[in-house]
Design a protein around this ligand. Structure first.
Ligand code: AHR
Length: 636
């Protein structure tokens, strides 16, 4: 009896619920858009990129170097990523040599002592790469190394790429003539008709007893725009699809370092690789500094982005700070030199240095950021440090816009950098964050933000939070001049991640965009130059939208976000507008907030393009549950 009553009550509840849902669906929201009533300008630089060396973003990521620990840094258990090779009855040993290196910057090297070897029984060393080495069929890889022999009769160095599983040589070559002085040697390795695979390693051996010192062993695949010392093609293509307007670099915490000597010292990251000493990074691995200041700038050039240069401002992560005043002067001079390296002509000291490094033309620079997250500086020195940098930089470069990384008590900065790492719910509640911001205050740069749900990369729930947040950024883009999601990259191999929820994931061979990545691509690809007056009635708490218009293209972009678990019917009114009767629809949706993409299922959630018909000054749409949709309509 009790069971039956319960069953009846449950049936009744279900009927009521169904009726409620049906009535909710029968009452569509009404979105009214006034196509001839502009509200505010949308910043042309709204969407950009923020990067730093975290999660193997550069080394083992974008920076295409295949040899890990190419300069033989030691750790407690030996030289990371390098191992001894003794083929057949060959006998040898390897050890770090701290007294012998090819340059002032690289004072140590790897010493190989071969007691017994012949051409059929070789000895040497191997490198395992960043979780392997990705090889493609019929492809040429360019390599180089520095070496010095104890005696010239050491003979040729054989260099091979070997399959981890097959033990077979995939590509091989030999370098002869190694002398008793340090020199650089170049080589190429070309694969045949192989299957693409990351399960490969690099082997360097000799077939004669003797001693050989080696350093800076490097191997590159073809790179984006064929740059020497360049970037991984697939990752650059993913970034290009985001249409980024700027690149904020080099951090983030990576700019500051844990301690002052560990900061990003830009002067040690330029010029030939052999002159770069490398440095420890705060994200628990050593940086090769192959991605140096000029490489950042060339990355900007390749993707037509403006550099947003962050300069070290006298505060490091574990709390050390430099006192404002005389102590800070050398750091300010360093920042001035850095700006000159980026923007100076050949007649300037540091501009000439850039020309010498291979880039004749100066780069255009608008924004310089003074430090990173200086609200952590408990000494309270940031106000004074910012003011001192401001005075010196503005005196030399009056047109540069200087970004503060913490609110200031004593002056108004040109721009204020604000960071938000939140859950989706917070973004749903805070999508109107900048609606009431004082327009007389500093411009805003949302230099780091993300909805952090999903690991290693964000899921659909996070993408919905992101999309809600971005509608608010677009609506307030008269004051929010720039915004960049962070972190951008994660190497998903074991041990690759230091920070969860990163926009783009990859291993050695493949990469994929998270649902949040696709939300970014969609939002940046369909953006007008101004927002339009609009209002909505009858939508629930989790409906968000942004309406912008491109004057040049005569196009309207309706961004509609339904973060509810049920579809949302919407009546769209455009009073007085004359529109094409068909429109482009781009849709990203999933059946659950936890749905996601991964390295093994990279395209589970991707935007789908289609055409919708029946568009007019009054038309209806039903937004699927958990969806982000963009409707691009041509005005006539
Ligand atoms: O994006 C990861 C880290 O978060 C950045 O390095 C730092 O600026 C912030 O705290």
């Amino acid at each position: 009896m009790i069971g039956k009553t319960f069953a009846n009550a449950a049936l009744l509840a279900a009927v009521v619920l169904t009726a409620t849902l049906a009535s909710a669906q029968a009452m569509p929201a009404v979105l009214t858009i006034y196509a001839d009533k502009p509200v505010s300008a949308v910043s042309p630089t709204l969407y950009g990129l923020m990067t730093e060396e975290i999660n193997y973003s550069y080394d083992g990521g974008l920076y295409a170097e295949m040899v890990r620990n190419r300069t033989f840094h030691g750790s407690w258990d030996g030289i990371q990523s390098w191992y001894l090779v003794e083929d057949g009855n060959a006998a040898a040993k390897i050890a770090p040599d701290k007294q012998n290196g090819p340059s002032e910057a690289l004072k140590n090297s790897m010493r190989l002592d071969v007691q017994k070897a012949d051409p059929a029984n070789q000895a040497g060393l191997l490198n395992v790469g960043y979780w392997g080495m990705a090889l493609q069929p019929n492809t040429t890889y360019k390599g180089s190394f520095y070496a010095k022999a104890g005696s010239a009769d050491i003979g040729p160095v054989t260099i091979s790429l070997m399959g981890n599983d097959s033990g077979k040589v995939v590509a091989t070559t030999a370098v002869s003539g190694v002398t008793t002085d340090w020199s650089q040697y170049n080589f190429t390795l070309t694969t045949g008709a192989i299957e693409p695979s990351a399960a490969n390693h690099l082997v360097m051996t000799v077939g004669h007893p003797g001693t050989l010192w080696m350093d800076l062993v490097s191997l590159f695949p073809p790179t984006y725009h064929n740059r020497t010392n360049g970037n991984r093609i697939d990752l650059m293509q993913r970034l290009a699809a985001m249409h980024p307007a700027f690149l904020r670099f080099p951090g983030g915490n990576y700019l500051e370092g844990d301690y002052i000597p560990d900061r990003f010292e830009w002067k040690k990251t330029i010029g030939p690789l052999v002159d770069r000493p490398t440095h420890p990074s705060p994200w628990m691995y050593h940086s090769s500094d192959g991605m140096g200041l000029l490489e950042f700038l060339e990355w900007c050039e390749d993707l037509k982005m403006r550099p947003l240069l962050a300069v070290y401002a006298g505060y490091s992560l574990k709390g050390d700070h430099v006192n404002p005043g005389a102590d800070l002067e050398p750091y300010i001079q360093d920042a001035l030199d850095e700006i000159e390296y980026v923007t100076g002509g050949p007649e300037t000291k540091w501009g000439a240095e850039r020309v010498k490094d291979g880039h004749a033309d100066p780069f255009k620079l608008t924004y310089v950021e003074i430090g990173n997250e200086d609200w952590f500086d408990k000494s309270g020195s940031y106000d004074e440090r910012y003011a001192q940098f401001y005075k010196a930089i503005k005196t030399r470069y009056p047109s540069l816009q200087l970004i503060a990384t913490a609110p200031l008590k004593n002056m108004k900065p040109d721009v204020l950098d604000e960071h938000f790492y939140v859950r989706a719910t917070q973004n749903f509640h805070d999508a109107n964050h900048y609606d009431k911001t004082d327009r007389n205050g500093p411009k805003i740069f949302v230099g780091e933000w993300a909805t952090r749900e999903g690991t290693p990369t964000p899921n659909m729930g996070a993408a919905l939070g992101d999309a809600a947040w971005m509608t608010g950024l677009e609506r307030n883009s008269d004051i929010v001049v720039m915004a960049s999601y962070a972190p951008l990259f994660v190497n998903v191999n074991p041990g690759g991640m230091q920070w969860e929820s990163d926009l783009i994931g990859y291993d050695t061979l493949h990469s994929y965009g998270s649902p949040s990545y696709w939300a970014q691509v969609m939002f940046a690809s369909y953006l007008g130059d101004h927002t339009l007056k609009s209002e909505v009635q009858g939508a629930g708490e989790k409906f968000f939208y942004s309406i912008s218009k491109s004057t040049a293209k005569k196009q309207l972009y309706l961004k509609l976000v339904n973060a509810e678990s049920t579809p949302l019917p919407v009546e769209i009114d455009l009073p007085g507008a004359t529109l094409a009767s068909t429109a482009k629809l781009v849709s990203l949706s999933a059946l659950d907030t936890q749905a996601t993409n991964s390295i093994n299922n990279p395209e589970f959630i991707v935007p789908v393009d289609s055409t919708i018909s029946g568009v007019s000054s009054h038309f209806s749409r039903t937004l699927p549950a958990y969806s982000i949709q963009i409707i691009q309509i041509d005005e006539q």
